[in-house]
Write a protein that binds this ligand. Sequence first.
Ligand code: NIG
Ligand code: FE
Length: 391
Amino acid sequence: MSSSTAITNIAALVTNDPSLRDGDPLGLVRDAAVVIDGDRVVWTGETRKAPATDNRVDAGGRAVLPGFVDSHSHLVFAGDRTEEFNARMSGRPYSAGGIRTTVAATRAATDAELEATLVRHLREALRQGTTTLETKSGYGLTVDDEARALRIAAHHTDEVTYLGAHIVAPEYADDPAGYVALVTGEMLDACAPHAGWIDVFCERGAFDGDQARAVLTAGRERGLRPRVHANQLTHGPGVQLAVELDAASADHCTHLTDADVDALAHGDTVATLLPGAEFSTRAPWPDARRLLDAGATVALSTDCNPGSSFTSSVPFCVALAVRDMGMTPDEAVWSATAGGAAALRRDDVGRLVPGAYADLVLLDAPSHVHLAYRPGVPLVTGVWRRGVRVV
Ligand code: NIG
Ligand code: FE
C-alpha cells in the first residue's frame, strides 16, 4: 500500500500549472506544500491548507520545482574527445566529422562498458535534478551496433530514439544512398522494437532534406515518432521538414530564417535549444527571444554527448539561456521542465499537478531564479523520482 508524504514550508513552488495564478505559466505558489501519494502528486497549494498525510518533510523555506526533463542526449557511447575540444578552444571549428571518432570507440566497446558509461551519466544527471531523460543511438551505425545501443538505453529510460541517420557510416562514404537504404530497411527492422522515436541529423555533411524525409517517413511507418536535429551548423531544410511532418521537436535551431521561426510558431513542433553545444563549440547562441516573441514553444536540454556538448547539467543550460539567449529565469525554468515534456509530447512529467508523476527538485535556495542567479553552484539538494527520494 502506498503512503502519503507532504513536503511543506516551500518558499516558492513551481507547478507549471497556469490555472493557479491568472495564467502565469510557472504557476508559482508561495509558502507552499506538495502532497505525494505513491508515485504521483495528489495535491499542491499553500502549506496551511495542506491535507493530513502519513509523513511530512520540511523544505525549510527553500524552492521546489518539477524534475528537469532533458529531452535530448546521446549517452550510449565510448571514448573521449578531449583533444578535439582542446583543438577547438585553440581556434579549430567544430564539424560533424568528429562523430566518427566516437563511432570507432563505441563499436569497439563491450555491452557492459557502454551500459556502465550510460548509467554513470544518468546518475550524474539525476544528481543535478534530471528525472526524465531521452537518449539516442547514433554512434554504432551498423545494424547490430545501433540495435544494441537502443537495447541498452531501453533498460534505463522510456525515451529512446533511433538515430541511425546521425552521419553516413564510414563504410558507406561513397554510397550515401546505400546507407539511407540500410537505415530505412534492415537497420530500422532491428531497431524499431527498442525505440519510440526516430531522429535524423539534417545538415550539410550529414543528411540532406530528401534523405531526412525518407528516414523519418520510413520510421513513422514503423510506429516511430519523428524528431529532428535541425539547423545546427547552417541554415537548411531541417526545421521546415520537422514542422511539415509534425515532429515533436526540432533540436538545435541555431540558424533560423524568418520563415523557420514562423513555421515553429504556427506548428506543434517544439524548438529545443541546446546551449551546451554552442558553449562547447564556440558557436553563435540560438535566439530564444526571437522564438518566444513569435509564439513558439521552447525547450531547453543538454545534448549531452562526448563531442559537441559534454555536460549533463540542465541548471548550467538554464544559466546560459538566461545570460546569452534572451530568456528570463522564469522562461528558462519552464523550458527545462514543461518545455522538455512538450518536446516528448508528455503531460505526466514537467509539471507538479495532481495526477502527474512525483518528480521533484528541492533547491538549496529560496527561489528557482537562483538557478541563473548563482550559475555553476550545485543548488540541487533533493530529488524525488516517482515519489521516491533519490538524492
Ligand atoms: O547534437 N549534431 C549532431 N550530433 C551531436 C554531436 C555529436 C558529436 O559531435 O559526437 C549534436 O550536437
Ligand atoms: Fe544532439
